[in-house]
Design a protein around this ligand. Structure first.
Ligand code: SF4
Length: 256
């Protein structure tokens, strides 16, 4: 489905570069099959605009699919005005979309939960997305997590969750009834942000009070510091995830 945006508007060197990597990820991980109906998560952040824009592009090898863009408003702005620019963009470009108003952000930051809002926030948001997915008859959910998100999640899970895991490019859930896909898996955040600027997407400011102090921000800053001495640090971590030497990890009992 191509929208009102003309191909000429998009056709830059960076667009072609990112689309190549999008198609490669989709094909490598068999993310999309003929007739799939995708729910595309659109937070209003740069990454989500880029995902929507790239998926709405002519692709040679990717089977035909349809989609609906879904925004979950977390309720940080009680006047619900923050997402007006996003809604305008979706309407102007003829995207089928749903703007879902919630109070998830407020609940996650309530007095009894304020020590770890991200955990509850993610759970509630995911639950709401599953409900909308079912109501819309979608069989796949596309999230805009890119390469840097995947690297950071690995470190978050190791540092705080005591496990070696991350977000995978294609995740099967509910016994295969639903899949989560991450078509930006190969893309560096820097280029995703650059493309967002190039296309002047109307990015919505993140109103979450935790967004500047989360574990993810801490890890991002840590990696940025380490990259000053070793510019390959992110590359190395990303590649290490597909080069696991299980025999050289500890066979410790779970009780330790
Ligand atoms: S940073 Fe804010 S919006 Fe993001 S998961 Fe945490 S609480 Fe939710």
């Amino acid at each position: 489905m191509l929208t009102a945006q003309s191909k000429e508007q998009k056709d830059t060197r960076l667009y072609r570069h990112l689309k190549k990597w999008l198609e490669k990820a989709i094909m490598d991980f068999k993310m999309i099959e003929e007739g799939d109906k995708l729910l595309i998560g659109i937070s209003g952040g740069a990454d989500s605009y880029v995902l929507l824009d790239l998926l709405d592009s002519p692709m040679i090898f990717v089977p035909r699919f349809s989609f609906v863009a879904v925004n979950i408003d977390m309720g940080f702005d009680p006047s619900y005005k923050a997402y007006n620019s996003l809604e305008k963009y979706l309407k102007e470009n003829n995207y089928r979309h749903i703007m879902d108003k919630t109070d998830i952000g407020i609940v996650a930051h309530s007095e009894i939960n304020k020590k770890n809002p991200c955990f509850l926030c993610s759970r509630l948001r995911r639950k709401r997305i599953f409900e909308i997915t079912a109501a819309q008859g979608c069989n796949k959910i596309a999230f805009a997590h890119h390469r840097d998100d995947i690297i950071e999640t690995l470190l978050i899970n190791m540092f705080y969750g005591r496990e070696i895991s991350t977000m995978v490019p294609k995740q099967i859930i509910f016994g295969g009834k639903l899949h989560i896909i991450r078509p930006l898996v190969y893309m560096r955040e820097e280029l995703v942000k650059k493309y967002c600027q190039e296309r002047k997407f109307p990015v919505v400011k993140n109103e979450c009070p935790t967004s500047e102090t989360s574990k993810r921000v801490y890890i991002k800053n840590l990696l940025n510091d380490m990259a000053k001495d070793n510019k390959n640090i992110r590359d190395n971590i990303f590649k290490a995830m597909s080069h696991v030497k299980a025999d050289y990890l500890l066979p410790l009992s779970k009780k330790m």
